[in-house]
Design a protein around this ligand. Structure first.
Ligand SMILES: Cc1cc2nc3c(=O)[nH]c(=O)nc-3n(C[C@H](O)[C@H](O)[C@H](O)COP(=O)(O)OP(=O)(O)OC[C@H]3O[C@@H](n4cnc5c(N)ncnc54)[C@H](O)[C@@H]3O)c2cc1C
Length: 494
């Protein structure tokens, strides 16, 4: 039997932040990754690498991104995103369900944790392409999301694996953790299936960082509800809830929003699971500048309720609830230049037309007459006297509709018209395990399970109903670092 001080289950961002923290605190660390080397990296690899961090202004960002050029500094309004703003955003979008202590830890440690990652060799850059629009020659960031990992998710994952290997952390691929080895004194190791063979690894402490249950159709239906078996999985096929199951089996407490998840508008013809060659390109996040209609030709959400960062994670569910689980996003020429890069990928379900009448005949599975009536009513309701500004919540709304649009309402009248078909793509699940301040997993009696730690998607309590964009990676980093340090301390003092 192989013996390690700390075993980390999972091979994404949370796992590697835990592994690096355990290693620098003196532990001999093994990482178990269910995927092969080619598919490694979990959902973290599918991301754009956007990370939500609290900062006071350029000086903080310059510490994180010393590579910022003079030109970038001069031509960009980075603004500030204070700890209070981050905390308020988290509370607001989760309808005040977020665990205040966890939220405080996440927000309060976000910058320090990213600086620690930077210190270990992870590089960051401004997220210009998606989170800033140019106004009068200057970029202005909006929506609290300013920084991305260099090279996006793939860049982040590659650098974490490289740094880990350089630091002597061992990685075992195609090794799926099956159950926790434990006795009355706590956790003693992990039973795994490695390339078809069952085997046991001993450890003094284990960190679970193996993601949620989004890739498990049966659990999705069981916990999220009917219809969720039909959702497409945006990311890795390996996150089937194993870490959560293994911990529950030894008495861990379920915690958080078990019926909730992060889910977005995702190309209607995307494959069943994420495709690494496309990454997050199947998402379609520019709906605040257009409208979304269902098969009845009707709008069903306020597309402009808030910046997309604060609505996109809940609108996947709204799409799933429509007849046939699909919607069409409609834009006209006036806003075509604002559409994110994901609208220009090759594998996109798109139609265009020179008139709304022509478009109505091209929207597959949509009632054409009802669609035309919906657009007519929408166009007539737009408050055109209010100026359009994509950088702020501009208050350019519709008035008098049963379902109004609150911001960025433009009439649909400038050809060519473009329409994109979307369905629901699930990102990750919100329910999971309960941890204490040290990242220690709590049992159903409210006591820590000796030697068991957790971080990342499989921790419950932070996200309910909705989610502020860029917080998943940040949460994995902050709680991964805490869990790894605590696991090393536990292992070395055992
Ligand atoms: C398309 C897409 C875009 C996204 N964009 C962003 C973004 O820009 N910013 C952001 O903050 N978040 C984003 N997210 C969410 C983000 O990916 C997650 O919140 C975050 O990566 C979770 O990290 P994690 O380490 O907990 O899980 P993961 O990165 O998913 O890692 C889980 C790991 O566990 C492994 N595993 C699973 N079961 C087992 C087992 N039994 N044994 C061993 N290993 C196992 C998996 O193979 C995987 O390596 C995005 C997600 C997707 C899918």
């Amino acid at each position: 039997m192989n013996a390690y001080e700390v075993i980390v289950v999972g091979g994404g961002n949370a796992a590697f932040c835990a592994a690096l923290a355990a290693q620098e605190n003196g532990a001999r660390v093994l990482v178990l990754e269910a995927a092969s080397q080619e598919e490694r990296g979990g959902n973290s690899r599918f991301t754009a690498g956007g990370m939500r961090v609290a900062y006071q202004g350029l000086p903080d960002l310059a510490r994180l991104m010393p590579d910022l050029t003079e030109e970038e500094r001069a031509n960009t309004d980075f603004g500030t995103y204070t700890q209070d703003q981050f905390y308020d955003d988290l509370c607001r979008v989760t309808q005040y369900h977020t665990n205040p202590k966890m939220a405080e830890t996440l927000v309060g440690r976000s910058l320090d944790t990213m600086l620690w990652m930077r210190g270990r060799g992870v590089r960051f850059a401004p997220i210009y392409g998606r989170q800033a629009f140019k106004v009068e020659g200057r970029f202005k960031f909006w929506g609290g999301l300013t920084v991305e990992a260099w090279g996006g998710g793939p860049g982040l994952v590659d650098s974490l694996y490289t740094i880990a290997a350089r630091s002597g952390i061992e990685i075992s691929y195609q090794t799926r953790a099956l159950e926790l080895v434990h006795d009355d004194y706590g956790v003693r190791g992990v039973m795994v299936r490695k390339q078809g063979h069952t085997q046991q690894f001993a450890a003094k402490a284990v960190v679970l960082a193996s993601g949620g249950f989004e890739a498990n159709a049966e659990w999705r239906t069981r916990y999220l509800g009917p219809g969720w078996d039909l959702a497409k999985v945006r990311g890795t096929r390996f996150n089937t809830g194993d870490g959560i199951r293994m911990a529950l089996e030894i008495g861990a407490m379920p915690y958080g929003n078990w019926s909730g998840c992060h889910a977005v508008g995702w190309d209607r013809n995307a494959p069943e699971f994420g495709d690494l060659s496309v990454g997050d390109g199947f998402q379609k996040h520019s709906y605040p500048f257009g409208i979304m209609v269902n098969g009845r030709g009707q709008r069903f959400v306020d597309e402009g309720a808030d910046f997309r960062n604060y609505t996109y994670a809940k609108y996947g569910r709204a799409i799933l609830e429509q007849p046939g689980q699909f919607a069409w996003q409609i834009f006209d020429h006036k806003v075509a230049h604002l559409l994110r890069d994901e609208y220009r990928i090759r594998r996109v379900t798109k139609v265009s037309a020179q008139s709304l009448e022509e478009l109505s005949g091209k929207l597959e599975d949509v009632h054409p007459q009802a669609f035309l009536e919906e657009v007519r009513a929408y166009n007539a309701a737009v408050a055109t006297a209010v100026p359009f500004n994509p950088n702020i919540k501009d208050g350019r709304c519709t008035r008098g509709l049963i379902l109004n649009k609150s911001n960025w309402a433009n009439t649909l009248d400038a050809p060519p018209f473009e329409a994109y078909a979307v369905t629901c793509g699930i990102t990750f699940t919100f329910g999971g395990l309960r941890i204490d301040d040290n990242g220690n997993v709590i049992n159903t009696d409210g006591l820590p399970i000796h030697g068991l730690y957790a971080a990342g998607e499989l921790v419950g309590g932070l996200f309910y109903f909705n989610y502020p964009g860029g917080t998943g990676l940040m949460s994995g980093s902050v709680f991964g670092k805490i869990a790894g340090s605590s696991a090393a301390y536990c292992a070395l003092t055992k």
